[in-house]
Design a binder for this molecule. Structure first.
Ligand SMILES: Cc1ncc(COP(=O)(O)O)c(C=O)c1O
Length: 400
């Protein structure tokens, strides 16, 4: 089976440990093992005494119960624990798709599902979030007509990321209803990657697709809103029969989550502790976001952006005379700063800035970016566009 290179993931894995300033992350500064153990009552000896055998392959009952508690009315049988949100997405799409199926895929987005859909089904049809002014403020709104066009009788899955990476946008209830309507019309499953749920700027946890339709598969995990990417704990929440089927595919990938990760995951998913971890994440977001916004706002001749509603990322449009892949390359090689290219997230002439880590380091990275911006502006000055003006449409980089 042929598969498109997952260019953004490869770019990050190749360079993130070799640059001075890494602004390519979308999550927040990770928690430490001892912080998490302390949150769980501090029984370090018990943790260190864990036998390193195979864990329960679909996740321990206690972990599944605690994950289920994050979804109204869900039960243990509705949950499959995976290695990261990425395995949840992989196993879910692998179990759903046959060659000849079609997938309606939200853009901009993290393009794992785009590449998988093209590999398993052969085709993905895009629908978009678009900048729109509503009630006096700009937001990333669902292009409902585009969604309707992308969903056909052959569509087996409608894939959304909500809260969205890279825009930080959150769908309204009315928009979620539109997605459900499209799923009902076509018989498709909604595959909702909700890995940023819990990292809202407002402090109000975003609504889930869970419970809105019987054909919903929520994928998620501890990597983003929890700041626990190193645990590699993810999950699928869905109808028991579909979850059992996905588990049978997972038998062919990694078999089980790590024993230590399941242990620590149980601490993180205890409902009270879960909320304490979300508070930590939101505090980091609220502290760091204004610093990045200040930097962007003082460069409105070059950058425009819509304030994120969730996640430690800002997706900014720019007016420099250079494509995003070349710009990211230039920032990395000449300034040792890593950011993500809009072309690898489904929107040209954008950069994704991660702001969830050390704020001083971010500021120094931004100063380096400012130098490159000045060099490029000297080379060929350009007129600014208004914030949120419609991005130029372009095919997804990496797609043939
Ligand atoms: C939307 C989305 N889903 C899944 C993942 C991967 O998650 P994990 O690290 O838990 O495998 C990412 C990582 O950036 C992501 O942005």
């Amino acid at each position: 089976m042929r598969i498109d290179p997952f260019r953004m993931e490869r770019m990050q894995s190749t360079y993130e440990n070799y640059v001075e300033y890494n602004l390519s992350e979308s999550g927040v500064h990770p928690m430490r093992t001892n912080e998490l153990l302390e949150l769980g009552g501090g029984d370090v000896e018990r943790f260190l005494g864990t036998e390193l055998g195979y864990s329960q392959s679909n996740g321990t009952e206690e972990l599944r119960d605690r994950i289920a508690a994050f979804y109204d009315g869900a039960k243990r049988a509705n949950i499959l624990v995976t290695n990261g949100g990425s395995e949840a997405n992989f196993a879910t799409l692998w179990s759903l798709l046959e060659r000849g199926d079609r997938v309606a895929f939200m853009l901009p987005n993290y393009l794992q599902g785009w590449g998988l859909s093209r590999a398993f089904a052969g085709r993905a049809d895009a629908f978009r979030l678009v900048p729109r002014r509503e009630g006096g403020t700009m937001r990333w709104a669902l292009d409902v007509d585009g969604l309707r066009r992308a969903v056909t009788k052959k569509t087996r899955a409608i894939v959304v990321t909500n809260p969205n990476n890279p825009t930080g946008g959150i769908l309204t209830d009315a928009e979620m209803d539109e997605v459900v309507r499209a799923a009902r019309r076509s018989g498709a499953f909604i595959v909702a990657d909700e890995i940023y749920r819990g990292a809202e700027v407002s402090g109000r946890t975003a609504p889930s697709f869970w419970g809105r339709h019987d054909r919903v598969l929520v994928t998620s995990g501890l990597s983003k809103a929890f700041g626990l990417a190193g645990l590699r704990i993810g999950w699928v929440a869905g109808p028991a029969a579909a979850v059992a089927r996905i588990w049978s595919y997972r038998d062919y990938t990694t078999i089980a989550p790590g024993m230590l990760s399941d242990y620590l995951g149980r601490i993180a998913m205890d409902p009270k502790r879960r909320e304490a971890i979300f508070s930590r994440t939101r505090a980091i977001i609220r502290r760091n976001l204004p610093v990045l916004e200040g930097w962007l706002n003082s460069r409105q001749d070059v950058f425009s952006y819509i304030a994120p509603q969730a996640g430690a990322i800002v997706f900014a449009r720019y007016t420099l005379p250079i494509g995003s892949l070349a710009l990211v390359d230039r920032l990395r090689t000449s300034k040792s700063v890593l950011v993500c290219a809009g072309d690898q997230l489904g929107a040209a002439r954008h950069l994704r800035f991660g702001f969830g880590y050390d704020v001083d380091s971010m500021q120094r990275g931004l100063e380096r970016i400012a130098e490159t911006v000045a060099e490029l502006r000297q080379a060929r000055p350009r007129r600014a566009t208004s914030p949120g003006s419609r991005p130029r449409r372009r095919a997804v980089a990496g797609a043939r």
